[in-house]
Design a protein around this ligand. Structure first.
Ligand code: DLL
Length: 433
């Protein structure tokens, strides 16, 4: 089903003409309203007048997470705070989050793109959508919520956690669709089975899963355990939130990028060179309709491939292959974005810890686990067991408070963790997806 027939099936030529006119507008606007862009464009020797074709996009400089951090919190907004109706945030590479803002129109656009996503998954106003993405600073909860209302469906704003209650509502309210991370979907399936609930006979028929990497093996497992069709949804806070791209129920092979709102490129993550369709590289997004917080050539760090072949669903938008990796070291643990550098800064703020640590990420059943091994100085290690346990507790708490992620902390004796000659390999990720 296509929510916005006019735009989602625009012939390529018309789509590109629309993209160019929107691109020219947004480029002029950021140049004239945001000091950061003016400086970056001036340094690259380009002006908005130089953008006369879509190919000219590659003359513009990239934007990256560090630029957002340098302008924390609101420095890249192009409108006064009086026009901002909402902010969201996601974790940055250090303690400070990445902050994004929306005008009223931005929220409406986002709701439409989420409504389009639901429609692509075959949902209509007759559906009941159980939304188990977290509500709050994370874009998942409210993004999925507004889109469901825009579609006219009934939305259950469950948010994350309280698994037993989720299972009760899944039985009692009879939702026909569920939104959450793929790992939480598996967890719900297992927890329900343990409670003696026949999870296959719920009314659920579709799941819209994203916010973390997953693959065909997990898809098959979710589809089997919940007896639903599982679709992949992609997005990132900086660009908007969920609903930048979605798999359609007809194709289930690649995610359509809503190209009337975003221009997507693939670049070589090392050289920055733009790669042709079909080649794997880093996704770069330019937002062409956002008001509050437009982004020019934002480097997502997500690795994918673009597939231009027309899909049988009728959408003319290019598809991106499901995300196959990251070009930086960001981990997603139970849906929370975590950079090893953030954990390092928590550890290094605590006295008695040595600058040698290792992170072991694994999956127990369907839940991600994070073990933090850190060396302690010799005098600390010879303390009483109780003192060591207290220290472990304190680190666990600090990591939870600052990063929002649960960990198991293990203190080890000085000089017992592996040392590295080249780049430190601090993360061991044993998860299979
Ligand atoms: O995760 C937005 C979102 C919410 C998407 C709900 C889908 C569903 P952030 O917290 O800013 O935003 O994290 C963005 O998550 O750069 C990817 O690395 C990863 N990611 C998001 N969706 C997928 C997906 C939300 N379908 C970061 N597959 C992105 C793989 C994904 N990775």
């Amino acid at each position: 089903m296509i929510y916005n027939q006019e735009f989602e099936t625009l012939p390529r030529e018309a789509l590109e003409a629309l993209q160019l006119s929107r691109l020219r507008q947004v480029v002029a606007r950021v140049y004239h309203t945001v000091g950061f862009y003016r400086k970056a464009f001036d340094e690259a020797g380009v002006t908005p007048e130089d953008v006369n074709s879509l190919d000219d996009l590659r003359r513009l400089p990239f934007t990256c997470k560090q630029n957002l951090r340098d302008n924390y919190p609101f420095g890249l907004f192009t409108v006064p705070m009086s026009n901002i109706v909402r902010v969201h945030a996601s974790s940055g590479t250090t303690g400070k989050p990445t902050v994004v803002g929306y005008t009223k129109r931005d929220i409406e656009t986002w709701a439409e793109l989420m409504a389009r996503s639901y429609a692509a998954a075959g949902l209509t106003s007759n559906d009941i959508i159980h939304n188990a993405y977290g509500y709050g600073l994370f874009t998942g909860g409210l993004g999925a919520h507004y889109g469901a209302e825009k579609l006219g469906a009934s939305v259950i704003p469950m948010s994350g956690g309280s698994t037993k209650k989720q299972i009760m509502l899944l039985q009692d309210f009879g939702p026909t669709a569920i939104c959450c991370t793929p790992s939480y979907a598996l967890y719900l399936a297992e927890a329900g089975a343990e409670m003696g609930v026949d999870m296959k006979s719920l009314r659920l028929r579709v799941g819209i899963f994203g916010a973390e990497p997953w693959g065909e093996r997990i898809r098959a497992e979710i589809e089997d355990k919940l007896n639903i069709m599982a679709l992949d949804i992609y997005g990132l806070s900086e660009v908007m939130g969920p609903g930048v791209a979605i798999e359609c129920a007809e194709g289930r092979n690649g995610l359509h990028v809503f190209e009337d709102h975003f221009i997507v490129e693939i670049i070589d993550p090392v050289t920055g060179e733009v790669l042709p369709y079909g080649e794997a590289g880093e996704l770069v997004f330019t937002t062409i309709t956002k008001e509050a917080f437009p982004l020019i050539r934002y480097r997502s760090k997500d690795i994918s491939r673009l597939m231009p072949e027309i899909c049988r669903c009728g959408r003319t938008f290019v598809r991106m292959e499901r995300i196959t990796g990251r070009s930086d070291d960001m981990l997603i643990i139970r849906g929370v974005n975590v950079y090893p550098s953030q954990i390092e800064s928590v550890l290094m703020s605590i006295e008695g810890l040595e600058p040698h640590y290792q992170l072991i990420v694994d999956r127990e059943g369907s839940l991600d686990t994070l073990e933090v091994q850190v060396e302690v100085s010799e005098d600390v290690f010879s303390d009483e067991v109780r003192a060591l346990q207290n220290l472990e507790k304190r680190i666990t708490k600090d990591i939870k408070d600052i990063l929002g992620v649960t960990s198991i902390v293990k203190l080890v004796e000085a000089k017992t963790l592996e040392r590295f000659e080249g780049k430190a390999q601090r993360v061991i990720d044993k998860r299979e997806i």
